[in-house]
Design a binder for this molecule. Structure first.
Ligand SMILES: Cc1cc2nc3c(=O)[nH]c(=O)nc-3n(C[C@H](O)[C@H](O)[C@H](O)COP(=O)(O)OP(=O)(O)OC[C@H]3O[C@@H](n4cnc5c(N)ncnc54)[C@H](O)[C@@H]3O)c2cc1C
Length: 669
């Protein structure tokens, strides 16, 4: 193994030592090493030349985010950046869990890969077969070679259905109740089997070893449990008497890798009567109805009959990465956990599933990894220090039932790093409805809206500093608001904040309407903190010099009533139908002191479910009365407030703008 410094020293020597200039070096010579952001374009030579400033291997979540963030934030030119990926479709994989719960259609979660790539990126629809990092070359499956100055390796990991004997056959069999959310072809079988299942033993598995989103296997289970509960087939309070029994068989010794969330999930498991089979690693399916689990320390494998099984297959590095000089001992791209730079090759970078970064492999992690990689890579191109560092941030929205999610967020070392906990002082280990909306509605929306354009920085919101006018359809956006140096991984110059300003976009000349201020000397323009403006014009009824409405007008004054006119009015009134009865609805019931004591007790016992509205209905009084005699505890009020604030995060730009404008107007009252 070469150390980075040794490799850097040896590389020119190795290049010089070749007697004949190899095809590779001939190609490489076309590339220039101009600093990012300068006007100097890469010399791509004749059309079809295969030399790029940056080559990105993989157009998945990481490949999309990195290539677009590089393109938009650092002014690269046409074909400076190449993306190599053979796939026809790009998938929003986190949505497959929602498909498994019957909440989304899988077709809605994918887009043609090509349609997501900015035309300024060169796309090679091909498989990469190997890397020659000493020669700055990648080799495609057809033998073509592409040279680079900087290489980003983000091809994800492989899902090895074959590693469990009998699994591929069971998944393909439409009659078997074996399914998995871990594949486009299989994820819609999950809900179909859950709906069909009316009784028997259901097993949900999680393998030992690295997988994508370590919480997803149990998300599938919690949703299924909730479905069966609602269908009257499973009673969590009395699981042994239910038609269905549920096993969670995991290769891990605990429910989840982070102690804080694991403890709460273990409580849920026990409360809901789920049988835990810890350190049980599924290795085979026999006879279509028997699961075989390997046990640690040479213990006998366990064979267990099942009627329905949801399987999380084994996963691991792709062979072409594992067998390359870029791999570490386990087969992942061997990068520094702070800088995301390769440990031996200075111009090679990796994040996402394929990397050796010791954190949970999620799309959320990539939102924090991308700005670090982009900063360090472009600093390097500019001959400056790679000064950004990734802290291991990752997140797992654990669906614990329909309507509730526990939002696990943590960094290296399994340390919680909670966005909303820090913002609103709430405990994210408590499953919440607002987090459910994030998972079900907001994340899928923001993924194709901003994430794949490199413009979504997870907890930092639209906090990626992009060049004005750079992202298609968002010309002029700044993508940043209030700075918070403490938040997130340290990327110099990055900012935190969920709100984005579309001020420039709205005021851009092409779309600008006639300015109403030009024609009304009394109109006043008010500025919002985001830079947006709104206009207040005087109400049309207020008096002005030109107005005559306040001056007495003889022709408009009320006529003096005559006796004949009054009699006519009386006749007209008599002809009308009788007046409506006064509202005789009885007022709310008065409660006795015993009832008030009962209300107070109920409120204290379960303040979340015993809301003022529900108790008012039950006791026949008004919600206001309940709020007075038994106010909700402070912590519940704060929790509700936090939920409301969380829901605000799912608002689009227009809704947020309207709210900011309303707040500002209110101050003028
Ligand atoms: C069921 C499921 C649930 C999940 N839930 C969540 C969740 O709730 N939250 C969350 O944040 N994350 C979740 N994830 C994880 C998340 O989807 C991944 O971590 C993320 O997509 C990884 O991105 P990536 O770019 O590293 O890899 P991928 O998105 O897998 O992309 C890899 C790309 O590389 C390409 N490629 C592969 N081989 C080659 C080759 N030889 N040459 C060129 N290109 C190649 C592929 O075609 C692919 O487009 C979930 C994943 C799954 C499967």
């Amino acid at each position: 193994m070469l150390h980075r410094s040794t490799a850097a020293t040896l590389r020119p020597l190795l290049q010089r030592s070749s007697v004949q200039p190899s095809a590779a070096s001939a190609v490489r010579s076309l590339a220039t090493v101009a600093p990012a952001g300068t006007a100097t374009p890469v010399d791509h030579g004749a059309s079809g030349s295969r030399s790029h400033k940056i080559v990105v291997v993989g157009g998945g979540s990481a490949g999309m985010a990195v290539s677009h963030q590089l393109l938009y934030s650092h002014g690269f030119s046409q074909d400076d950046i190449a993306v190599i990926d053979p796939s026809e479709w790009h998938h929003y994989q986190p949505g497959w869990t929602l498909v498994g719960g019957g909440l989304k259609n899988k077709e809605d979660l994918r887009r043609p890969l090509k349609s997501l790539l900015d035309p300024k990126l060169k796309h090679y629809a091909a498989n990469v077969q190997g890397f020659s990092p000493d020669d700055n070359l990648v080799t495609l499956a057809n033998g073509d070679r592409i040279s680079y100055d900087q290489l980003v390796v983000v091809p994800g990991i492989g899902i090895n259905f074959d590693a469990i004997k009998g699994l591929p056959e069971a998944l393909q069999d439409p009659d078997s109740l074996v399914s998995s959310i871990y594949g486009y072809d299989t994820c819609d079988k999950v809900f179909a089997t859950i709906e069909r299942f009316k009784g028997g033993n259901a097993i949900f598995t999680q393998p030992a070893g690295v997988i994508k989103c370590a919480g997803a296997p149990q998300k599938a289970m919690w949703l299924a449990l909730d479905h069966w509960k609602r269908a009257g087939l499973y009673d969590p309070a009395d699981a042994s008497k239910s038609a269905i029994s549920i096993d969670f068989a995991t290769g891990l010794p605990v429910m989840f890798g982070v102690p804080k969330y694991s403890a709460r999930l273990e409580e849920l498991r026990k409360e809901r009567g789920v049988n835990g089979l810890f350190q049980h690693d599924l290795v085979a399916i026999e006879d279509g109805n028997t699961a075989v689990f390997a046990r640690p320390d040479g213990a006998e494998p366990l064979r267990r009959k099942f009627d329905l099984m949801h399987v999380t297959p084994k996963m691991g590095p792709l062979a072409f990465v594992k067998e390359s000089p870029l791999a570490d001992g386990a087969g992942f791209v061997d990068v520094d956990q702070g800088s995301t730079r390769h440990k031996r090759y200075d111009n090679v970078w990796s994040i996402g599933d394929a990397s050796s970064l010791p954190t949970s492999k999620t799309a959320a992690a990539i939102t924090a990894e991308t700005p670090v990689l982009v900063r360090n890579l472009t600093q390097t191109l500019a001959g400056k220090e790679a000064d950004a560092s990734y802290d291991g941030y990752t997140s797992c929205p654990l669906l614990t039932e329909y309507g509730k999610v526990m939002l696990a967020e943590f960094k290296y070392g399994g340390q919680p790093k909670e966005t909303f906990g820090n913002l609103f002082g709430i405990d994210q280990a408590t499953p919440r409805r607002a987090f459910y909306h994030l998972k079900k509605d907001f994340f899928p929306w923001v993924y194709y809206k901003s994430y794949v354009k490199g413009a979504w920085a997870g907890p930092k919101g639209w906090g990626v500093p992009l060049k004005p006018g750079s992202v298609a359809g968002t010309a002029g956006r700044t993508f940043s608001t209030a700075a918070s140096p403490s938040a997130g991984s340290s990327v110099p110059g990055s900012r935190r904040g969920f709100a984005s300003s579309s001020a420039a976009a709205r005021n851009s000349p092409a779309r600008r309407p006639r300015d109403p201020l030009d024609h009304s000397p009394n109109a006043v323009r008010h500025a919002l903190p985001s830079g947006e403006t709104f206009i207040v014009r005087p109400p049309p009824t207020s008096g002005t010099v030109a107005s005559t409405t306040l001056i007495p007008q003889p022709l408009l004054s009320a006529p003096t009533p005559t006796p004949a006119a009054e009699a006519a009015d009386r006749d007209a009134l008599a002809a009308l139908p009788p007046a409506l009865k006064r509202n005789t609805r009885k007022g709310a019931k008065m409660l006795t002191s015993e009832q008030i004591a009962e209300v107070q007790q109920l409120r204290q016992l379960d303040p979340i479910n015993n809301t003022a509205g529900r108790l008012a209905k039950r006791f026949g009084c008004t919600p206001l009365f309940i709020q007075i005699v038994a106010p909700a505890p402070k912590v519940v009020k704060e929790g509700r407030l936090a939920d409301a604030k969380l829901r605000e995060l799912t608002w689009g730009a227009n809704k947020r703008l309207a709210k900011a404008e309303r707040d500002e107007r209110r101050k003028l009252w």
